[in-house]
Ligand binder design. Structure first.
Ligand SMILES: [Zn+2]
Length: 366
């Protein structure tokens, strides 16, 4: 692959292919030239990336050879591969208390790729129809402006899948009972889409209705949710509890969790009917031992590295997260989807993060 146009046409071709229909070996044959180009592109346009990856090989014989940056680096420094005049939007991750949010620089092309890919991946779960959409958040979350939180970007990205967008919470994050009731009266007997961040849905929607006498039933509803489980772990709420409670309260049986992060918007991993998270054609995961950084075996817990073909405006095509997970298998999930599938186990406790992990590279470890 030689230039940007060439990269873009490779990406466009991926968009025409089945999202979950290509087996792992064939997928990697398609992705490796793209990652080699991305690596060279970011080396040429981001000095910090070039420094950090100076010892990486130029050719990636396997997925595991793609060098990575620790996710924390995006909080510590500004990593951009695009000239200032081309910056279209700066995205800020919400960040947990006391932490600096990550800053992600987007140009128009990267942003367009993120939206197109998100649509393509989610259509596999939601279909092409735009459904009436209840957003389990407050309208104040989505404020106009060029500086944008990841939560707002998530809502905006997902809005494409719905119509008659209705915000279920008020400015104090309390259920807006009248609005919810009106939405229910209008759409209770047809397919609707409910979307929210996992913790918000649980804390401000599920819990509020557990304590109220009236519960709106959305028997043909799909609840799509994403976000960390960390806050819910302290309340002993896991994925099964979440699903069962939502089914009991609202009659919603189609509950789809997805994994994604502010540093790789558009590159999401959706849950299948078997409850496994799947890698779409545009992304992949590698699970690494947190101490040796070597790739883990199947079902062995480690740190997740996420790779994505989407970002050209910042070097976020390969990121080592602080999330713990396990690779469950490849090409053989009982749902029929090809490629890798995995589970998330939680987050690495802060005390265990290696001091040098920020600059640790795949090339050094494997
Ligand atoms: Zn599956």
């Amino acid at each position: 692959m030689t230039d940007y146009q060439n990269f873009q046409s490779h990406y466009e071709r991926l968009l025409q292919m089945p999202v979950f229909g290509i087996n792992q070996q064939e997928k990697w044959a398609k992705l490796s030239p793209i990652f080699e180009w991305l690596h060279q592109h970011h080396r040429a346009h981001c000095a910090a990336y070039a420094n950090i990856t100076s010892s990486a090989p130029a050719h990636f014989s396997s997925l595991e050879n793609v060098p990575f940056l620790a996710v924390k680096l995006f909080k510590l420094m500004s990593l951009s591969s695009t000239p200032t005049q081309n910056v279209f939007r700066t995205l800020h991750s919400s960040g947990t208390t006391g932490q600096t949010p990550a800053t992600i620089t987007l140009d128009k092309e990267t942003s367009a790729r993120q939206s197109k890919t998100l649509v393509k991946v989610l259509q596999e779960s939601l279909g092409r129809q735009r459904l009436p959409m209840l957003i389990i958040d407050s309208p104040v979350t989505v404020k106009p402006g060029s500086s944008f939180t990841a939560r707002a970007a998530g809502i905006q990205g997902l809005s494409f899948f719905g119509r008659d967008h209705t915000y279920a919470l008020d400015e104090q994050m309390q259920p807006n009972w009248q609005v919810i009731e009106a939405f229910h009266d209008k759409y209770h007997d047809q397919p609707v889409l409910l979307f929210g961040f996992t913790f918000m849905v649980w804390q401000y929607f599920v819990k509020a209705f557990q304590q109220s006498s009236g519960k709106p039933a959305f028997e043909r509803g799909i609840l799509l949710h994403s976000g960390g489980w960390k806050k819910l772990e302290s309340e002993k709420v896991d994925n099964d509890t979440f699903k069962n409670t939502v089914a009991e309260l609202f009659g919603i049986h189609q509950v789809i969790n997805f994994y994604g992060m502010a540093e790789q918007v558009g590159s999401i991993f959706t849950e299948c009917e078997a409850g496994h998270l799947h890698c779409p054609l545009f992304s992949d995961i590698i699970v690494r031992d947190p101490y040796t950084m070597k790739p883990c075996g199947s079902n062995q817990q480690g740190l997740l590295q996420c790779v994505s073909v989407l970002p050209t405006s910042y070097p976020g095509h390969s990121i080592l997260t602080e999330d713990l997970g396990r690779l469950l298998g490849e090409d053989d999930c009982r749902c029929g989807r090809k490629g890798r599938y995995f589970a998330i186990d939680g987050r690495l406790p802060q005390t265990e993060v290696r001091g040098c992990s920020d600059t640790f590279m795949a090339g050094d470890a494997v």
